[in-house]
Write a protein that binds this ligand. Structure first.
Ligand code: CA
Length: 234
């Protein structure tokens, strides 16, 4: 797959490039934000270092997300940047904290591309081999979610969600009566091998509630998990 690698550290970039090429990927290397934004078209996955010389990586992430739904994995040396990326709706799909292993990065890349294919609207459009069905719309009152096109509407108006927020909402809406455990949500929305902080889940729940305009769309079952709620009619 065609991967855009945004990394200003030449040594890191060279090593990563070599490893990814060995895995059969086609790499477009960008040492600056300007080059990265100019090279985005046609790329199927973005690996984005946050510490860039010309523009903050979080801003780069937002600008990319405004243009495309391509999966973005953030590469960061600082754990305190993660909440910024996730909490400010910058739109990254996942992240790895340096130092990371090539094996870990590969697992994350596979996970984000698998997820983007699940709904048929991944990089490169619909992949007929992924088995997504044609008609998959789930609704809850005024809220409607199309698993295939990934469109979410509330009272007929579009709601812009990040990929993870979408997955999270889809899981809750598909089984509205079920309390989904934190573990089950993390396994589906992130990855079975997730080992990061479960705070990430709370950040996403908070962002989703905010975008849906009511805290009550998602009920918290203390100590267990979450399920779809019903806000009072406006
Ligand atoms: Ca850097």
């Amino acid at each position: 797959m065609r991967v855009l690698l945004v990394e200003d550290d030449e040594h890191v970039a060279d090593a990563l490039c070599a490893a990814l090429r060995q895995q059969g990927h086609d790499i477009v290397s960008a040492p600056t934000a300007a080059k990265a934004l100019a090279s985005l078209d046609g790329c199927e996955l973005v690996l984005l270092d946050l510490g860039l010389p010309d523009l903050d990586g979080i801003e780069v992430c937002k600008r990319m997300r405004a243009r495309t739904s391509v999966p973005i994995i953030v590469l960061t040396a600082r754990t305190d940047e993660i909440d910024k990326v996730l909490g400010l709706h910058a739109g990254a799909d996942d992240y790895v904290v340096k130092p990371y292993s090539v094996h870990e990065l590969r697992a994350r890349m596979e996970a984000v591309t698998r997820r983007s294919c699940r709904c048929g609207v991944g990089p490169g459009g619909h992949d007929p081999s992924c088995g997504a069905t044609a008609q998959e719309i789930v609704t809850a009152g005024p809220l409607s979610l199309d698993l295939r096109s990934r469109d979410v509407t509330l009272d007929g108006l579009p709601v812009q969600l990040t990929r993870k927020e979408f997955e999270l909402l889809a899981m809750l809406m598909e089984q509205p009566d079920t309390v989904h455990t934190r573990e089950a949500i993390i396994a589906r929305v992130w990855d079975e091998n997730w080992f990061g902080s479960t705070r990430t889940l709370d950040v996403h729940i908070g962002a989703l509630r905010q975008k849906l305009g009511s805290y009550e769309w998602i009920e918290t079952t203390r100590g267990v998990g979450f399920r779809l709620g019903t806000p009072p009619a406006a």
